[in-house]
Ligand binder design. Structure first.
Ligand SMILES: NC(=O)c1ccc[n+]([C@@H]2O[C@H](COP(=O)([O-])OP(=O)(O)OC[C@H]3O[C@@H](n4cnc5c(N)ncnc54)[C@H](OP(=O)(O)O)[C@@H]3O)[C@@H](O)[C@H]2O)c1
Length: 337
């Protein structure tokens, strides 16, 4: 099979297109013939610094394709099933920037009739978004239509991939969603994803604008840049609310005023998708699959997430685009042209 590998960490130039045998699915695993690989910031960050226990790595956590074969103990009926794949490359070398990947069966989730493009966008962004929308004390454990009907959710960074996933999932769960962005173009994307109010944080006073439709503040803040936004978040969080921090974009330290947060019984919840509790991850997979089956989540510019496509041989350019913060989602076509 054709696969992208790297044998040392570094710039995109460490990525090489090679021919290698397909992996064999071991007990409890499935072999997936990939159609599309989704690229996330974690892929380039890992390529730059994550250790290589196997001595080599194929990048790519997310992907979508068809189950080709199964290992011992896995239902043969799965062969031929269209699936989306999550965390393929987390502590394993077989990522999704290849014609095939091998994953534990729970990491290959039936996709039904949904597109491979959608399937390749689900893993990292949607599982992170789910955790951010369910980790607070007063949030539901699971998402479904109606689950957030009394909630106001503020998504800081609504045109990002995780921001888009959060808006879509929260909207599907019937929350009132507010998003912040940095430009009119990004405002259109956040609105297309389902935000009821979009605030341009470069031109408007976020606290003032949010208070116009949420005078008592918001229940949940899903935060991409706590360093920059903490002061506004503290002012906007309602009693019992939670700020769910999933990134350190714009700075890796945050200063918080203790007393107002104590009085509000507020929660600052840090989120890393890889190490989220196993039960929460399983629930996230179930709920995201349900959202897909119900048509509750989509991709493409009309859903606020423009797609950018690269062939497998141009994976280095795909990584560079994500590293350069392209707006939207970068996909790699993994099937032979
Ligand atoms: N913890 C986890 O498990 C997890 C999971 C997925 C991703 N991440 C991390 O989350 C970050 C975003 O990932 P992504 O895939 O969504 O990237 P992305 O598509 O590049 O989105 C990042 C978004 O954040 C916005 N942003 C940056 N600073 C902001 C600020 N001060 N206020 C509001 N918005 C701001 C950016 O737009 P503007 O700069 O134009 O505002 C951009 O739209 C990355 O660092 C990634 O590594 C973490």
């Amino acid at each position: 099979m054709k696969a992208i590998v790297y044998e040392r960490t570094g710039a995109p130039s460490v990525l090489e297109l090679v021919d290698r045998p397909e992996p064999e699915p071991g007990p409890g695993e499935v072999l997936v013939r990939l159609a599309v690989s989704g690229v996330n910031p974690t892929d380039w960050k890992g390529r730059r610094q994550r250790p290589l226990p196997a001595g080599w790595q194929t990048p790519g956590q997310d992907g979508a394709g068809v189950v080709e074969s199964v290992g011992a103990g896995v239902d043969q009926e799965l062969v031929g099933e269209r699936v989306w794949v999550w965390e393929a490359a987390w502590q394993r070398p077989w990522g999704t920037a290849a014609e095939y990947t091998v994953v534990p069966v729970r990491q290959a989730v039936p996709l039904g009739a949904a597109s491979f493009d959608l399937g390749a966008c689900l893993g990292i962004p949607f599982l992170t978004a789910h955790r951010c929308l369910t980790a607070g004390e007063y949030m539901p454990d699971r998402l479904h239509p109606g689950a957030l009907s009394d909630h106001v959710v503020l998504v800081q960074g609504g045109a990002g991939a995780v921001g888009n996933a959060t808006i879509q999932l929260a909207h599907w769960a019937d929350a009132c969603v507010i998003a912040t962005v940095s430009s009119p173009e990004k405002a259109q994307l956040a609105a297309a994803a389902g935000a009821s109010l979009v605030v341009n944080y470069r031109e408007q006073d976020v606290v003032q604008e949010v208070r116009k439709i949420a005078p008592d503040g918001v229940h949940t803040i899903v935060e991409v840049s706590a360093t920059r936004n903490a002061a506004a978040d503290v002012q906007l969080l309602r009693a019992g609310g939670a700020v769910c921090v999933y990134a350190d974009d714009g700075g890796d330290e945050v200063t918080l005023p203790i007393r107002p947060l104590m009085v509000a019984n507020a929660r600052w919840q840090f989120v890393l998708v890889y190490t989220a509790p196993r039960a929460a991850k399983a629930q996230a997979v179930t709920d995201v699959a349900a959202a897909v089956a119900q048509g509750g989540v989509r991709v493409g510019a009309e859903a606020g997430l423009p797609l950018h496509r690269y062939p497998l041989a141009e994976t280095a350019a795909a990584h560079q685009a994500v590293e350069d913060s392209v707006v939207g989602k970068v996909l790699i076509s993994t099937a032979e042209e």
